[in-house]
Design a protein around this ligand. Structure first.
Ligand code: ZN
Length: 286
């Protein structure tokens, strides 16, 4: 098995066809690695933009890519052809830091090639998810590549981050570090076949449910236990929405303590997950 660590840079451009903004890919970077995650080859290409005639100042500043750089690029269909040729007949698992790159790739495939799927990608693994799990960071928040690399003790200064190929190199370095701390063979569980369900999952917009009457909200879980004594607490107020979570005041009789409970119902492709947090309210009940 081979691995293709991929990273894209894109420019948010106005599209008449979409009657809205569209993330047009301007650079593709990739590193080909073997089973032991040794680098075999690298790939890098600029893409001449078709929609956005000029790069936004945010993208220019972030990536240090200039409009002149893009003039040396090829069209998106040409870039994909080159990438395909570079991969050849190898059986590969594609990887990227988070799935936003894949989502953008799918959008560009649809726009420029009229295809609903990324034909060159047969298997995919989310490197960000793998590394966060390996580092014990959970999945409630997404950790950026540089932040994760720093936590892993990697000298980020050595990398020109926010450039496609450099981000791939840094991602691979993170992957190697995480391999040494995570269960052997754990990566296998992160590899998905790029089938219908993969694309449905990708298209699913993870969001927080903020309407308490939504039938997907299980009211029976909306109670709180005291962090100190483990007793069920008494709810003192109605649930109110704040910061996309439901919030209510609870009281622990045994501890004579007030706690503010916040419950976030995160709906993902796999179901609804509840994230609860408790905060002590300083003033004690008399
Ligand atoms: Zn208590």
């Amino acid at each position: 098995m081979y691995y293709v660590i991929m990273d894209l840079e894109w420019n948010n451009a106005y599209s008449r066809k979409h009657n809205g903004f569209f993330n047009e890919i301007i650079e593709i970077g990739a590193v080909l690695a073997d089973d032991s995650f040794r680098t075999l080859d690298t790939f890098s290409v600029f893409i001449k933009s078709q929609l956005g005639k000029k790069l936004s100042s945010r993208v220019k500043k972030l990536t240090k890519i200039s409009n002149e750089d893009l003039k040396t690029g090829v069209t998106f269909p040409r870039a994909v052809k080159e990438l395909k040729k570079w991969i050849g007949e190898r059986d590969c698992v594609f990887m990227s830091w988070g799935n936003s790159d894949v989502r953008t790739l799918v959008e560009n495939y649809k726009f420029f090639l009229g295809s609903d799927t990324v034909l060159i990608m047969k298997k995919y693994a989310d490197l960000q998810k793998y590394c966060q799990d390996a580092m014990g960071l959970g999945s409630a928040n997404q950790v950026g590549l540089s932040a994760a690399a720093m936590q892993l003790g990697i000298d980020v200064e050595k990398y020109e981050t926010h450039r496609a190929l450099e981000d791939c190199r840094l991602s691979l370095k993170c992957l190697r570090k995480c391999q040494s701390i995570y269960a052997k063979g754990a990566l296998r569980d992160y590899v998905m076949n790029c089938d219908d369900s993969f694309y449905r999952r990708l298209a699913f917009k993870v969001h927080n449910i903020t309407n308490i009457h939504n039938p997907k909200i299980d009211r029976s879980v909306m109670n709180c236990r005291c962090e100190t004594c483990g007793e069920d607490m008494l709810r003192l107020s109605d649930w109110k929405v704040a910061n996309q979570a439901f919030r209510s005041l609870f009281y622990c009789k045994s501890c004579n303590q007030l706690l503010l409970c916040s419950m976030r119902f995160k709906e993902t492709f796999d179901g609804v997950f509840v994230i609860t947090s408790l905060k002590k309210v300083e003033k004690q009940r008399t």
